[in-house]
Design a protein around this ligand. Sequence first.
Ligand code: ACO
Length: 340
Amino acid sequence: MKRQPRSSPRSAKTQRTVSIIGTGSYVPEKILTNEDLSRMVDTTDEWITTRTGIKERRIAAKDEFTSDMATKAALKAIEQANITAAEIDLILVATATPDMLFPATACFVQKNIGATNAACLDISAACAGFLFGVEIAQQFITSHTHDTVLVIGADKLTSITNWTDRNTCVLFGDGAGAAILRHRGGAHGVISTHIGSDGQFTDILFMPGGGSRCPITAENVGHNLNTIHMSGKEVYKQAVIAMFSAAQKALQQAGLSIEDIACVIPHQANLRIIEGIADRLGIPLERFYVNLDRYGNTSAAAVAIALDEANRTGRIKAGDFVLMVVFGGGLTWASTVIEW
Ligand code: ACO
């Protein structure tokens, strides 16, 4: 029996309900399997599968950029939402691998899809970025600043992967997911959102080179400073703590309990992290949407791709309460409860 969300500061403010009216996703064609990786570094399919749940990941072509993947996902979302690109007021691209430091990847997407009336910006919240985008979109729509917002999570993590480091190179893949958010007039939509960060952990998941601290030089490229650096065990521990707490906060704000949730769509980093959260929340793993076995960790794209798949395959249906919860470098985390 589904409960009515109780009145909360957020739901009271959200008199203008914000709905996801279309989703889309894209992953590159090229598949890199665990077997393939075992020929590149000292690893095995058995190690990767048991430690992470990942079996294969998609790799973008050299000349296929984050904006290209974002554009393909966006066009599918636009088609499903049955709108024109000109109706989009704001484009938010969450990414840790922008085409360039500037201009924003969102501007490249704008050009590609012809969204001539949109303002464009990128969001830097690592793997948590897509739900940061949903929160920002919601704020703009409820405040009547914008009506139609395109939120994209897109990453080409393989462009910043150290292919000689078995600790990280087995984890990541490329892809993009997109959603169109708009006030729809009905009851359905975003019920609660929670975003958070802890800058004390900037040194457990980061890319040291390429910014103002350490501009790209031949020397620091030689030291792999242009690739992902990660303390896997610490990230793992913090991910479980942050995602569990974020899930609880979004549920509490929505006035729902975990039993009300038809589907949990978590960040797709590691199956053991998802099992840890399922265990703490006290719900079976079957209630989680998991596709990391096929794509690995696609960073900001992960939850957006999973949402699109869950939507298009009927895993989530109208009226379902859906909980999304993510975690990334920063540290950053976010959660959202949506009535689909
Ligand atoms: N193949 C074989 N052995 C490996 C590999 C590999 N690919 N990688 C590491 N090992 C070895 C290590 O060298 C170590 O060997 P040692 O004991 O001889 O030193 C051993 O396996 C155990 O390594 P651990 O790091 O303890 O392995 P752990 O069980 O912690 O698993 C993992 C590592 C999978 C990285 C895990 O810590 C993890 O998933 N962490 C979270 C990572 C993550 O989610 N990152 C991204 C989150 S945010 C975002 O999406 C950007």
